[in-house]
Design a protein around this ligand. Structure first.
Ligand code: UDP
Length: 316
């Protein structure tokens, strides 16, 4: 198969490329490095099954030759990333997704939209099922990401209904692992980098907000199962083990032993950093289990050890 991964130089995208290439596929990556990094794909340069095109899919998304699938991961994805790039985030979700869908239509390729648990906003239903329509502040500062992804889902369904494009929508919940950008501001890179540097672990507010963390290899596995399935409606992929941010800080500190001496510090970040911060988030993965036979396998302890190892090297 020949597969285009937009955003392939990002954290999840680069792991996806590795997996696709290891399974014998040809991979084309398109990325403009707005938040991704050449370092994430440096090991693939020179591989005859790998082609890199530096391009902003909001401007144009063109690839010569056949394509069997287009996987659309291009977008800033961390709150810091999209708050620093609000217009680019809206453009890539809207025009970028349109351009990628048009390419899939022209090539007769499958299309997978990398959507997000952010479509549920600050959810009033818990855990979140795919049937929940969400609670999004459409003019809040997170809306540049949330609404762009909601629009992208709608556009993806429109291409399916209008042109019969074989589309798939994955709603990705919090994912972590090696190659997360050190400075992307999310809770995992922040806490892990702090633990590695023996700095205080910065829990925002009282640390009672909850998240559930999926290791990246599990996520990629679910994403590929969905791509090759027949399921057109959205599927949540994430780890259903929910914990508070404070519990997560303690887990990071424990995983960093015996070296880690970090204390836990309760801090008040800038108001805009936590505006509309979802208070509870946990995927209901009933559909992923029944349709894809998928569930996460990597424990938090195991995943954190691998992530800490990567950050130790990256920081050294
Ligand atoms: N958070 C925190 N300390 C940090 C970074 C994040 O307490 O240094 C909290 C944040 O307020 C939120 C949760 O961790 O409640 C997850 O935030 P993240 O930025 O990772 O992304 P989100 O899941 O909100 O998209």
């Amino acid at each position: 198969m020949r597969i285009l991964v937009t955003g392939g130089a990002g954290f999840i995208g680069s792991h996806l490329c590795d997996r696709l290439i290891s399974e014998g596929n040809d991979v084309v990556v398109m990325d403009n490095f707005i938040t991704g990094s050449p370092v994430n794909i440096a090991h693939l340069e020179g591989n005859p099954h790998f082609l890199f095109i530096k391009a902003d899919i909001s401007e144009s998304c063109q690839v010569d030759g056949p394509l069997d699938a287009v996987m659309n991961l291009a977008s800033p994805a961390s709150p810091v990333g999209y708050l620093e790039n609000p217009i680019a985030t809206m453009r890539v979700g809207a025009q970028g997704t349109y351009n990628a869908l048009e390419l899939a239509r022209q090539k007769g390729a499958r299309f997978l939209m990398a959507s997000t648990s952010e479509v549920y906003g600050d959810p009033l239903e818990h855990p979140q099922r795919e049937t929940y329509w969400g609670n999004v502040n459409c003019i809040g500062i997170r809306s540049v990401y949330d609404e762009a992804k909601r629009y992208a889902e709608g556009l993806t369904m429109a291409f399916n209904r209008t042109y019969g494009v074989q589309t798939r929508i994955i709603r990705i919940f919090n994912t972590y692992g090696p190659r997360m950008a050190l400075n992307d501001g999310r809770v995992v890179p922040n806490f892990v980098a702090q633990a590695v540097r023996n700095e205080p672990i910065t829990v925002y507010g009282d640390g009672t907000a909850t998240r559930a963390f999926c290791y990246v290899s599990d996520l990629v596995d679910g994403m590929l199962r969905l791509l090759w399935s027949d399921e057109v409606l959205p599927v949540n992929i994430g780890n259903p083990i929910e914990m508070t941010v404070l519990e997560f800080a303690q887990a990071v500190r424990a995983a960093g032993q015996p070296e880690c001496k970090s204390e836990i510090a309760f801090v008040q970040p800038r108001a805009e950093r936590i505006a509309d911060d979802p208070q509870r988030r946990r995927p209901d993965i009933t559909r992923a289990r029944s349709i894809l036979g998928w569930e996460p396998k990597v424990s938090l302890e195991e995943g954190l050890k691998l992530t800490i190892e990567y950050f130790r090297k990256a920081i050294a």
